[in-house]
Write a new protein. Sequence first.
Length: 109
Amino acid sequence: MAEAQQEKRAARRFALRIPVAVARGENPDYSESAQIRDVSARGICLYLDSPIEQGSPIGFTLTLPPEITLTESIRVQCKGRVVRIEDGTADGKMAVAAVIEEYEFLPQS
């Protein structure tokens, strides 16, 4: 009988199926649409259409809903680095996990 895999995450993850614009480090002015799979205080997993390399810088802005913030919606601009890539879904997207290295809360527009 196989041992149960030990949970290594230190922060709670929230399933959050919302679209997000992702900027890649080599061209921060260009962004592409992605779909978030889940997010935590330290990282994010999202679905991308096009390939990206492990270790690549990545940036994105997302709006955390009241269910997560327990107050009002909050916009957060994040910068991080790709730490894992998984072959994705039936529609050809790949799951990309990134660690969040910097973040900034943005004023509501």
